[in-house]
Design a protein around this ligand. Structure first.
Ligand SMILES: Cc1ncc(COP(=O)(O)O)c(C=O)c1O
Length: 373
């Protein structure tokens, strides 16, 4: 049994009971008698898998009836472009974007919207250390839509209550905090998230889209890039990632059985994050958190040690201790502990203890060598 702890930024850890069922399903799905890797996407069994996965998502997120739930491919990166193609021309003025970190910048550059795009808030000058409040957004009410990223995976920043502006349709990339907490879906035009953080392996992306918007989407797009195609085909227009969707079903079942609802899961996730932020707060001389307090992410805790050498040492010793995936994103370095749904409270507490022991040992050694000098 693998006893390594996985703090990877994504693809992230999956629950052990799900991995065990997946292992069995690779050989044989008990109710079918075939490997999950060789079952037709047109089979009755797979239709049931999709229906139950959708029902679980609807139940846990309390998705209103007037929203479609789609299983798409191409990752969240395809959604950056696809939503802009479909909805970029909806308003009298161009789409609006919040620029709050690495992934929101990618959502802008990959949208294809080009120079007409309006940036309604930009965190670059403050080093992408916080998320804006809705009141800070400089929005033109005629804009086609407002796009933001709810959780900046790289910098470890999270929006608390959502960003809304009157009747402007809001599109949100929730890739790294999807289904980790309750969300009022009715306030959004569309939310989307790839599976590989909180919901399953890479390969499938969930989009939850309000029905009436579809009528306002661009006409004449290639079928595969048109949301209407996927709605009409109930997410089986071409061959979907059967295995990934099957795992989403197992993970959502696990979520319902283990936590009951997203309120319960959110409480656990907050406790996990507090374990780490408490250590960072208790030792400000040794550790520095990237995010300002009000924007701290519950999913990704990004920080550095006192010096780059100590950060490298921290990562090496953590790996040796069986704590994996803690390297910060290549764009900002440092340490990033990702605490997605499958990461247990116990695992977070082991990392918190490791952080305390590490800082104590190296702070003392440093004091000693300074006194010695
Ligand atoms: C918030 C966010 N959005 C988008 C992406 C890109 O997702 P994908 O690789 O599925 O295209 C990532 C990747 O980690 C992410 O964290």
């Amino acid at each position: 049994m693998n006893l390594q702890y996985n703090f990877s930024g994504g693809p992230g850890a999956l629950p052990l009971p799900v991995l065990m069922q997946a292992q069995q399903a690779i050989l044989e799905v008990p109710e079918v008698g075939l490997s999950v890797l060789g079952i037709s996407h047109r089979s009755d069994w797979f239709r049931e898998v999709m229906d139950e996965a959708e029902a679980n998502i609807r139940h846990l997120l309390k998705v209103p009836q007037n929203y479609h739930v789609l299983f798409l491919q191409g990752g969240s990166t395809l959604q950056f472009a696809m939503l802009a193609m479909n909805f970029g021309g909806m308003g009298e003025s161009p789409p609006s974007y919040v620029s709050s970190g690495y992934w929101s910048r990618k959502s802008m550059s990959d949208s294809g919207v080009g120079s007409g795009m309006r940036i309604v808030w930009d965190g670059e000058s403050s080093g992408f250390r916080r998320m804006p409040k809705a009141a800070e957004l400089d929005i033109d009410s005629r804009t086609s839509y407002l796009h933001y990223v709810s959780n900046e995976t790289v910098e470890g920043l999270q929006v608390t209550d959502g960003l809304f502006a009157g009747d402007v349709p809001v599109f949100c990339d929730m890739s790294s905090d999807f289904m980790s907490r309750p969300v009022d879906i009715s306030r959004y035009a569309m939310i989307y998230a790839h599976a590989q953080k909180n919901l399953g392996p890479a390969g499938v992306t969930i989009a939850i889209l309000r029905e009436d918007l579809v009528e306002r989407a661009q006409i004449g797009l290639a079928n595969i890039l048109d949301y209407r195609t996927h709605i009409a085909a109930r997410s089986i227009y071409n061959t979907p990632p059967v295995f990934s969707i099957y795992i989403v079903l197992l993970v959502t079942r696990w979520m319902r059985e283990t936590f009951g609802d997203l309120e319960g899961l959110d409480a656990v996730n907050r406790r996990k994050a507090s374990l780490l932020y408490d250590v960072l707060d208790a030792e400000p001389e040794f550790y520095s958190a990237h995010a300002e307090r009000e924007s701290r992410s519950v999913m990704n805790v990004a920080f550095k040690c006192q010096t780059p050498e100590l950060t490298a040492q921290f990562l090496q010793e953590a790996r040796d201790a069986g704590l994996h995936g803690l390297e910060g994103h290549r764009s900002i370095g440092g340490v990033r502990a990702s605490l997605y749904n499958a990461l247990t409270e116990h695992e977070a507490s082991v990392l918190a203890s490791f952080m305390k022991i590490f800082s104590k040992r190296y702070a003392e050694a440093r004091e000693f060598s300074l006194a010695d000098a």
